[in-house]
Design a binder for this molecule. Structure first.
Ligand SMILES: [Zn+2]
Length: 107
């Protein structure tokens, strides 16, 4: 969100693209960036009826969020707001390093 956006606030980080509707009017206490949509193929279970579980294609969103406590990396299923995790940036960096290490082993 740019400073000229209608619901921008001096408290908004430069990457803020919006807030929860029920917290308006300002000052906002929660900020969220524009999301990046990522297509993924996931497995919901280890096995399904004795055979490997089917793989499912889904869209996930990756975004930044901020509340009064911290800035978070949010990753969640686009069509299911209950399936997500939001971790602090330090945690996201540790996960990033671990994911990179795992991918390096796999390839
Ligand atoms: Zn904001």
């Amino acid at each position: 969100m740019t400073p000229s956006a209608p619901d921008a606030s001096p408290e908004c980080p430069v990457w803020c693209a919006g807030h929860e509707d029920d917290q308006e009017p300002t000052p906002p206490r929660w900020h969220r960036s524009d999301g990046i949509i990522v297509s993924v193929v996931e497995r919901h279970r280890t096995r399904f009826g004795g055979v490997p579980a089917p793989l499912v294609a889904k869209d996930f969103v990756v975004a930044l969020e901020q509340d009064a406590q911290a800035i978070y990396l949010y990753i969640g299923a686009l069509e299911d707001g209950h399936r997500f995790f939001a971790v602090t940036l330090d945690s996201a960096q540790r996960l990033h390093a671990a994911i990179s290490a795992a991918l390096e082993i796999a390839t």
